[in-house]
Design a binder for this molecule. Structure first.
Ligand code: NAP
Length: 479
């Protein structure tokens, strides 16, 4: 069903599409398939609701978000199970994602009360400047399948906290998770029209309306750089504010003074995040030649013993990939690397057998001897393959890490604090893990530089994305 102006409804065309389990191919549900007319209706509802919602106090908006946070945690288990089935991630990781999604509701429930302005001294003795922050207006959000609940709350929560209303188009592969997320907000008391949902099997038609319609003042997109480029250029025509959370190609640098075992455990755990389908997963591991052997042995052993399977099965740490195109990309990256001299130390193939034949399972893989001429060195892989590149010169490795059009996350392992900070400062990336594989939290800004995006989500910065700045110059002359 679509959710427009506080009601669940079919698409105007009557069309539907189905959502399937990527591990089994089983149809999980049938969803209304929004078209352009539905997107227009949803935007009109958001526009109509904006006045009243934006005039509520921050404390009132906070109370609704706080209730949504409570409800999401109450429903954690059912949401996590749905996510495991629809998106494929192991249940343990799905629970973590639901908690992360709920964190944004809580964080922005708190921030809603802190939309501070400023006063600025004037050069004129008889004047004062007052700076106010006001909601930008109607926002639209287009979200990916890999984090099908948290990518919604990361946008909806700050929009609502700021006083904006919003229309969301979730990914075609994960509409059921989006529907249950919106149900949480509806049950928490979000007024009609403030949040609207238009799942669609035609991203171009609905997406284009959400990006170009005159009422939209802010577009927030998470997905690939390729699609982000299209959306940003369409939004530019209407001079709309944009946030772009795009692809990554994270370097993972292990210096010679690092503990190779701890670093290898970190690299394996980071790659298992959503089966390698996370924008912050490492995609190029640079390890100093002097410790490469020990590092690689532990990495291969860890990746090799990861159990693949349905996200709801016991002991599984790697779920299916999202579709056949993802399997084809893994094959292409492995074939290309091996043809150019890389060695496949473990994995390297699609998994076969009764448990796997109906899904899209790729064996956890480590490639060694990877070099700059290989596809995997240049492209985001988005799957459970770790490419290892040995380096000799610490001065060269930052340049190698920066040699990409992406700039989202990067990781540095060293026991030398000065080296860690120098490297972090020199890396052209938005988020740096130092001896740590998770530099993210609702409390810190998430986002990238270069072609990984524009703007930040989470933290204080995430709220500013939905606020305009207004200045009042006030004369103090007696009237
Ligand atoms: P995607 O193919 O770019 O799709 C993202 C969203 O855009 C989906 O809702 C999709 O709809 C929609 N879309 C596709 N073509 C469109 C068009 N021409 N106009 C308007 N909307 C369009 O990305 P994905 O495969 O879902 O997600 C994986 C990518 O997201 C990776 O590159 C990953 O790194 C990135 N990502 C980034 C972050 C971050 O915070 N930086 C977080 C998560 C993921 P359909 O589903 O119907 O195609």
């Amino acid at each position: 069903m679509l959710f427009i102006n506080g009601s669940w409804m079919p698409a105007q065309s009557g069309h539907t599409f189905s959502s399937t389990d990527p591990a089994t191919g089983e149809v999980l549900g049938v969803v209304a398939d929004a078209g352009r007319a539905d997107a227009v209706r949803a935007l009109e509802a958001a526009q109509a609701a904006f006045g009243e919602w934006s005039r509520k106090t921050g404390h009132e908006r906070s109370a609704v978000l706080y209730r949504a946070w409570e409800l999401m945690l109450e429903r954690q288990e059912e949401l996590a199970k749905l996510m495991s089935r629809e998106q494929g991630k192991p249940l343990r990781m799905a629970r973590t994602e639901v908690r992360y999604a709920a964190d944004f509701l809580l964080w922005f429930a708190e921030e809603a009360k802190r939309v501070y302005g400023e006063t600025i001294p004037s050069a004129r003795a008889d004047q004062r400047f007052l700076v106010m922050r006001q909601p930008v207006g109607v926002a639209s959000a287009i979200t990916p399948w890999n984090y099908p609940i948290s990518m919604l709350t990361r946008k909806i929560a700050p929009a609502l906290a700021a006083g904006c209303t919003i229309v969301v188009k979730p990914a075609e592969q994960t509409p059921l998770c989006a529907i249950e997320t919106i149900r949480v907000l509806d049950d928490a008391g979000v007024p009609s029209g403030v949040v609207n949902l238009v799942p669609s099997s035609d991203p171009v038609e609905v997406g284009d309306e959400l990006v170009t319609n005159e009422v939209v003042r802010k577009v927030s997109f998470t997905g690939s750089t390729e699609v982000g480029r299209i959306i940003a250029s369409r939004a530019a025509h209407g001079m709309k504010r944009v946030s772009m959370e795009l692809g990554g190609h994270a370097p993972f640098i292990v210096f010679d003074d690092a503990d190779p075992v701890r670093a290898a455990k970190g690299a394996a755990a980071l790659k298992s995040l959503n089966s390698g389908q996370a924008c912050i997963c490492e995609n190029r591991v640079f390890v100093h030649r002097s410790i490469a052997r020990e590092f690689t042995e532990v990495l291969v052993e860890r990746m090799g013993r990861m159990k693949s399977g349905h996200g709801l099965s016991d002991g599984v740490s790697i779920g299916p990939l999202i579709d056949l195109a993802a399997i084809d990309k893994m094959q292409r990256h492995v074939d290309d690397a091996v043809a150019k001299g890389a060695i496949c130390a473990v994995g390297g193939k699609r998994l076969k057998g009764e448990e796997y034949d109906d899904g899209y399972f790729w064996a956890p893989t480590v490639l060694t001897g990877v070099g700059p001429d290989m596809l995997i060195y240049r492209e985001e892989t988005f799957g459970p393959i770790v490419p290892v590149i040995e380096f000799d010169d610490a001065d060269d490795v930052v340049a190698m890490a920066n040699d990409t059009t992406y700039g989202l996350a990067a990781y540095v392992y060293t026991q030398n604090l000065g080296r860690a900070l120098r490297t972090a400062e020199a890396l052209d990336f938005g988020m740096i893990g130092i001896n740590d594989i998770n530099p993210t939290s609702a409390a810190v800004p998430f986002g990238g530089v270069k072609q990984s995006g524009l703007g930040r989500e989470g933290a204080r910065e995430g709220l500013l994305e939905y606020l305009d700045t207004k200045v009042c110059g006030i004369s103090m002359e007696a009237v």
